[in-house]
Design a protein around this ligand. Structure first.
Ligand code: BES
Ligand code: ZN
Length: 611
């Protein structure tokens, strides 16, 4: 079932009326784990309307009135699991097409709002103060504020937030000022609801560059400032490719370990997991990725999450271009871009062949979300199949020299809009219409298969394999010799990415016998790595080899941080090991209260604990 015609995941009806601006005034109450206050919505009628439909989830609506105080009738329908309730507000008379109306909603959030995590002091680094943060993407904004929770709708916002003294309040907006307890914000660029974000904690900040600060608890602030010191360099490289950065400020917030994603592109303030703090700047690609969303996603936005690849596929594509542009040697740059693309292809193959299956409709680039919650549809497919498709298009249209210009033109054309895949495709044909050759190249693309068929991509680009060759050789050695002959010299010259590539291959093949596994862990120094990308893969290898001595390390790893990219595959591998299944479920149930909603929700399904 689709909840509404334009967006299967939202009750709202943006074809009838749209929210253009929101003025929020909120109180942060740690005691009761709730936000309470007012949302003043400016609504433009597109048709004649006598009601407005909004999304809400677990909200306590206390009053709805017009700006002048006239009370309005409203009805909150029975909730649908994971989608929340339809909120129908009825006007006293018809609002004519083209007219504007402002309405004020007084409300409170629930302590179990799915967008929010309220942390006890003991879950923070400082152990003294509580902490709260949000994660609205894809459809959790409705648990923070009544809204048209569809990316088809974009609005500007201001906010005035009261919190206890000494707490910093941060939002996905320009921070205008703060006195003792009140902080004010404004977001002058229209955003979809999923980019609404808030975090409140006892925080410090350090300057990273002319438009950037990093925020973190004091225990992490120095390491954070060091890890992300190159942020301005990345911003400039991104601007060289995509044009001026339009959001004024680009700050980073390092969240507590339960943050469920690597990064989240909240405008003006990217949220990141503390697992990026590897001490070697090796996870810079995540920052570059979130920076690129400032164009693809935040300026040009998917119309609904069926077209999520327009956000993530484009962003990965740009991330790899910008990453390569930071390498001065042209040849090295090209090799590195292809190497990262091959890592992506390796992940895509694992997802499609091992996890989802080649017939699974969720392996399509454009998916049908009529009966599927976007949190359940999430996978690497939109990221990797999407960016691979763009690479195939780039190659067949004449390479970066041609495609970079197209990309800038695309960004320019659709900035501040929300679009679907057909609009991208039409614009592509339109852009190249004067060239017979390139139009032919576009007509030769098997669009139906690329966009709407499940399974692996129909064409794989000819990537440069020079950086994977060394890895393949070591893999051969591991598979053909005994444990004793593994030596650190095998991998001494490897970059962290190459080591990751090697471990990923080892995960994808038959599990190593225990003696070889242990010899490898020690010889290649992976068992003691501080880099979570390596630890994550090492633990998966241990689980697959049924190394019981690593079980407690594995439990500790999934309990200490909540990044789903790590936690879910480890839980799935543990579940597949029948002897430890019971202990795995026990571990999950014990830790579940400390997990963020979306991590708990998805792992629960991975462990077949659905109720
Ligand atoms: N926007 C996503 C995170 C997200 C996606 C949150 C869907 C909720 C629903 C973010 O930009 C992202 O893709 N993060 C990746 C980073 C990676 C691809 C470099 C992550 O968290 O791993
Ligand atoms: Zn992303």
């Amino acid at each position: 079932m689709a909840l509404s015609p334009l967006d299967p995941s939202s009750y709202s009806r943006p074809e009838l009326a749209v929210v253009k601006h929101v003025e929020l005034s909120l109180d942060v109450d740690f005691e009761n784990k709730q936000l309470s206050g007012l949302a003043l919505l400016t609504v433009n009628a597109i048709e004649d309307i006598n009601e407005l439909i909004l999304d809400s989830s677990d909200l306590k609506i206390e009053a709805i009135e017009l700006e002048d105080g006239t009370a309005l009738k409203y009805k909150l329908e029975e909730p649908l699991a994971n989608y929340g309730s339809k909120l129908i507000i009825t006007f006293n008379n018809i609002i004519g097409a083209g007219k504007q109306v402002k309405l004020r909603i007084k409300y409170k959030t629930s302590p179990s709002a799915t967008a929010l995590q309220w942390l006890e002091p003991k879950q923070t680094s400082g152990k003294k103060y509580p902490y709260m943060f949000s994660q609205c993407q894809p459809i959790h904004a409705r648990s923070i504020m009544p809204c048209q929770d569809s990316p088809a709708v974009k609005f500007t916002y201001t906010a005035e937030v009261s919190a206890p003294e000494n707490f910093s309040v941060l939002m996905s907006a320009i921070r205008d000022g703060s006195n003792n307890t009140k902080t004010t914000f404004r977001q002058p660029v229209p955003i979809p609801s999923y980019l609404l974000a808030i975090a409140v904690g006892v925080l410090e900040s350090r300057e990273l560059g002319p438009r950037s600060h990093v925020w973190a608890e004091k225990e992490e602030i120095e390491r954070s400032a060091w890890e992300f010191a190159d942020t301005e360099k990345y911003l400039q490289a991104a601007e060289a490719l995509c044009g001026p950065y339009q959001w004024t400020q680009y700050d980073l917030l390092v969240l507590p370990p339960s943050f469920p994603y690597g990064g989240m592109e909240n405008p003006c303030l990217t949220f990141v997991t503390p697992t990026l703090l590897a001490g070697d700047r090796s996870q810079a690609d995540v920052i570059v990725h979130e920076i690129m969303h400032s164009w693809t996603g935040n300026l040009v936005t998917n119309r609904n999450f069926e077209h999520f690849w327009l956000n993530e596929g484009f962003t990965v594509f740009l991330e790899r271009k910008v990453g390569a542009s930071l390498i001065s040697d042209k040849d090295e740059a090209r090799k590195s871009r292809d190497f990262n693309s091959l890592l992506g292809l390796q992940e895509l193959t694992e997802t499609i062949k091992d996890d989802l299956g080649v017939k699974n409709p969720l392996t399509q680039l454009v998916v049908n979300l009529s009966n599927v919650h976007p949190d359940d549809a999430f996978s690497t497919v939109p990221y990797e199949k999407g960016s691979l498709f763009l690479r195939v298009l780039e190659d067949s249209l004449g390479g970066p020299a041609v495609f970079d210009d197209f990309m800038r033109s695309y960004l320019n054309k659709f900035q501040k809009k929300s679009i679907d895949t057909d609009q991208f495709k039409s614009f592509l044909f339109e852009y190249f219409k004067d060239s017979a050759d390139l139009t032919k190249a576009l007509n030769d693309v098997d669009w139906a298969t690329w966009l709407h068929k499940p399974g692996m991509p129909p064409v794989i680009p000819e990537y440069d394999t020079s950086m994977t060759k060394a890895v393949k050789n070591v893999l051969l050695k591991i598979n053909s010799s005994d444990a004793e002959s593994l030596d650190y010299n095998d991998v001494r010259t490897f970059s962290p990415q190459q080591l990751i590539n090697l471990l990923q291959h080892l995960i994808d093949q038959d599990a190593l016998p225990l003696d070889k596994l242990r010899a490898l862990g020690e010889a290649y120094r992976v068992s003691t790595s501080k880099n979570t990308e390596i630890t994550y893969r090492w633990l998966r290898m241990c689980i697959r080899s049924r190394d019981e001595t690593k079980l407690n390390d594995s439990f500790a790893f999934v309990n200490q941080q909540g990044r789903m990219k790590y936690v879910r595959p480890i839980y799935r591998d543990l579940y597949a090991w029948e002897d430890v299944r019971e202990r795995t479920i026990e571990n999950f149930l014990r830790n579940e209260p400390y997990m963020m909603h979306v991590s708990a929700y998805t792992v629960r399904k991975d462990l077949h604990l659905n109720v």
